[in-house]
Design a protein around this ligand. Structure first.
Ligand code: FES
Length: 174
């Protein structure tokens, strides 16, 4: 809606089309309308539907939820799970919490970063995998643990993780 000042000047509202699926976000907002504490589930649903939470969607979310953009942005950046850019075809999360660290997750992370040629929080150049940190997968007895897409791998080694990733890529191609 135009504010009074822009209406007086006859100025047009910006008509730049959204760079994301505006309708998909609107449908998610409608689904969670009137549910208390709905911001987190909405963000999860947006990420599941679009693969990430587009920075351009923050305005739409804030307006619909009657929150400030800073507040919505703050929640998105606070939680590691929310991605602000499209991810790779696969997601590989390497546990960085205490038990896994004690069992070598730092070394595992460094080896995977070297093999995949990308750092935590980045996606490989071929778009195959996004490497992320996670803080406890509930598999402390089998540390170090990683999660490849929906599958948790305990007592993970770089070789096994890379082999599973190659399998996942083959499966996706077939
Ligand atoms: S600390 Fe890594 S799975 Fe619990």
């Amino acid at each position: 809606m135009k504010n009074d000042r822009s209406a007086r000047r006859g100025r047009q509202e910006p008509t730049t089309p959204p760079t994301y699926d505006h309708a998909a976000v609107a449908a998610i907002l409608e689904r969670w309308q009137d549910v208390p504490g709905n911001l987190l589930p909405i963000l999860h649903d947006v990420q599941e539907a679009l693969g990430f939470v587009p920075p351009d969607s923050v305005n739409q979310l804030a307006r619909a939820l009657n929150r400030s953009r800073a507040e919505v942005h703050g929640v998105i950046t606070f939680y590691h799970d929310f991605r602000q850019q499209p991810g790779g075809r696969h997601t590989l999360k390497v546990c960085q919490a205490e038990s896994c660290q004690a069992m070598g997750s730092r070394r595992l992370t460094a080896d995977l970063e070297g093999e995949l040629n990308c750092k935590l929080g980045e996606t490989t150049g071929d778009g195959a995998v996004t490497l992320d940190a996670v803080y406890c997968l509930g598999m402390c007895a089998c540390s170090p643990a990683v999660m490849l897409d929906d599958e948790v791998i305990g007592r993970a080694t770089p070789g096994e993780v890379l082999a599973r990733l190659a399998d996942a890529e083959k499966e996706a191609e077939s």
